[in-house]
Design a protein around this ligand. Sequence first.
Ligand code: SF4
Length: 462
Amino acid sequence: MIVKEYTGNEVKKPVRTISGVTPLAVVLKPKKCSHGTCIYCPGGSDVPQSYTDKSPAVMRAMALKFDPLEQVKNRLRALNAMNHPTDKIELILLGGTFLEYPEKYQDEFIKKCYDGLNECASESLEEAQKINETSEHRCVAMCLETRPDSCTKEGIKRMRKFGCTRVEIGVQNPDDEIYEIIKRGHNVQEVIDSTKRLKNAGFKLGYHIMPGLPGSNYEKDMVNFNKIFKDESFRPDQLKIYPCQIIEKSPLATLHEKLNFIPYGAETTKKIVKDIMKIIPEYCRVMRVMREIPKEKLVQGLIKLDVRKDAETELRDSGIKIEEIRMREIGFNQKGLNKDLSLRVVEYGASKGKEFFLQIVNKDNILFGLLRLRFPDETFLEGLENSAIVREIHVYGQALKLGETGELSQHKGLGKMLLAKAEEISKENSFEKISVISGIGVREYYKKLGYFLKGTYMVKNL
Ligand code: SF4
């Protein structure tokens, strides 16, 4: 078994933890999607269907036979060796279709992830979570990838039981004709319905979008991506922009000639990334641009991975005002930083509820912290009855160990300031309670602020 470990001499990469929490990715075992294969999907049988065997996380997982416990232990060792803080972990489960795996597999996989963080075995998921509340490596957030049509009420209850706080769904291009061509196996209404259920459950929600699919073109892409923000049925909190590529062994690798399909080249990709950045409102963050598909796996498509950097440099140089979160984060804007801060609230309608995006910014609109507060239109989860929901609190800065201080630390009270404002807004709007979707490892923090556990949420009576 060869698993790459890092030595203590390896240079710490600041970007990895620049947003405050250390991500730790684990990969699910291979499984075919039940609807078939979307035509652009590599559809491998030795790896989870949407991945190739050359992705670093997948290679590590393969070497460890996809064992979650070993994957977590291995990553903790590597992160420690690179001097990354490991007390606040965001567990990211890669695999494409989490909720389609057998329930027993889901339960065991998540329990073992917590056991890995706790560095001890437990009898049950509940016990593992209890231990993690005060463990050295706390799971402060958990992200699952799944399909929109699997986000039923039951599916959502399961994800909450696991301590999941963020969900990423494949939306690609919300257009039923395109869905038909690419064999997505669900429709736009299912995207709309799952978006609403996920937000009403308090999840932070990410969409994967795919410019340049068969059946689309530049103009159609921009019409549909505009719709994602103009139409309140969508409005995700995050985006991953993965331009369509023709990947070896995907159905598209055999179909592309028949479909007369050519993926976008470098210039078109950069242009569409820039145009998407221009329409993104201030409550949305682009998490990633381009998938890391190795050159030898590509039949056709862009190899260049730094499209985002080029696009952002051109946007900054052009002086065009970009609202997108990441371009405004302090971590990426250290030069001549003005620290005269204020709290701004942006209100918008989304999925029949009301959203309040609270942000701590300086006068140049550089972002130091944010909070997402939702007034849901309905609920189906214990802990959320008659309650406003805090879907995310994030204070930016280099990740610091709990108790450590730094000039722009996460412990300077910005989080408390945001939460107090969210409580005030909720009370003014006659809510009896406020509930926070909290990672298991943050429950202690909320307890100290007068919150108590109800269902899977931390709740405070107002
Ligand atoms: S849903 Fe995702 S993993 Fe499944 S076939 Fe489509 S792209 Fe691949």
